[in-house]
Design a protein. Structure first.
Length: 53
């Protein structure tokens, strides 16, 4: 059972890299997912973390 963790790391690492490259390629071609717009309540409420200069 302990030997499986090393194999999982070896298998999962290239799979994650492939997913990142695929997402970048699709985005470059314009086939990416559209960004979701913020909820209306988020737009109405002022941001509390901004301070006046």
């Amino acid at each position: 059972m302990p030997d499986i963790f090393n194999n999982l790391i070896v298998v999962i690492t290239p799979a994650i890299a492939h997913a990142i490259l695929l997402e970048g390629a699709l985005s470059f071609l314009g086939l990416h997912r559209a960004r979701q717009s913020p909820a209306a309540s988020e737009l109405k409420e002022p941001r509390q973390d901004l301070r006046p200069a």
